[in-house]
Design a protein around this ligand. Structure first.
Ligand code: SF4
Length: 243
């Protein structure tokens, strides 16, 4: 890590090129990652929530804004296996070029261990800590959405930011929309690809949508999320250039 940087990597760009799967690809059809050897049981790693400086564009500790001073942690699940089939990036998911990322198996074991880790982070960081959901993957059930609501209720230091591909008008997406609307100060979740004027996130290939703010870490205007803080500071849509 360079002295001025809060992340281990010099570039925020993923290591690989954009990989677009065929709709006939076995992983796309089955709803799995193409890197099956990087899927690990939730009991296996030393910890589930990783420090943000291990991620290319997250960073270690928030440097500005209302969450300043809070350490950032990330959670990575298996792309497609936990995502809605309606995701607009189903075939072109940036996980297709993340061959190094460790994906956690989702389910009861993950949630039980996650609950304990959140409790431990609450004890060690009573002034606040941030969890980025999800580096890969998505909210896979209504029960898992409730898990995060209960975590917000039980662990007052917890802050969350992230993105979901779920439809904000239905099912899991509607439950998440309720949480984001009512708990935005601690649960800054954005809806990807739904054209929302508030709390949206869009992926673009050439020009960002006119009303969206291009992610400053991608334009080079800032180092990483820890030095940016925009995703939880504004409700305006954020636009991400396709990797
Ligand atoms: S806009 Fe800022 S906070 Fe959001 S993803 Fe980009 S760098 Fe991170």
């Amino acid at each position: 890590m360079t002295p001025r940087s809060l992340r281990r990597f010099d570039s925020i760009l993923p290591g690989g090129r954009h990989v677009q799967l065929s709709a006939l690809d076995p992983a796309a059809r089955a709803g799995r990652t193409i890197f099956g050897n990087r899927v690990v049981e939730a009991g296996q790693p030393e910890r589930l929530l990783k420090r943000g400086h291990h991620s290319r564009k997250i960073g270690d500790v928030v440097q500005k804004g209302k969450w300043r001073g809070m350490p950032i942690f990330t959670l990575t699940l298996e792309e497609r296996a936990t995502c809605p089939r309606t995701c607009k990036q189903w075939l072109g998911c940036y996980g297709n070029s993340m061959n190094w990322a460790e994906r956690l198996v989702h389910g009861p074991e993950l949630e039980a261990r996650l609950w304990r880790e959140l409790g431990s982070l609450q004890s060690r960081n009573p002034g606040g800590f941030v969890v980025r959901l999800h580096v890969l993957g998505d909210f896979y059930s209504l029960a898992y959405v409730s898990f995060w609501q209960q975590a917000l209720d039980c662990y007052p230091a917890l802050r969350v930011f992230g993105y979901t591909a779920h439809d904000p008008a239905h099912g899991i997406g509607a439950a998440l929309k309720d949480m984001a609307d009512t708990e935005w100060e601690r649960f800054a979740l954005r809806f990807s690809g739904w054209g929302l004027a508030e709390r949206g996130a869009e992926v673009f290939a050439h020009e960002p949508p006119a009303d969206a703010i291009p992610c400053p870490a991608q334009t080079g205007a800032t180092d990483c999320c820890a030095t940016c803080a925009l995703c939880w500071a504004t409700t305006r849509p954020i636009a991400f250039r396709r990797h």
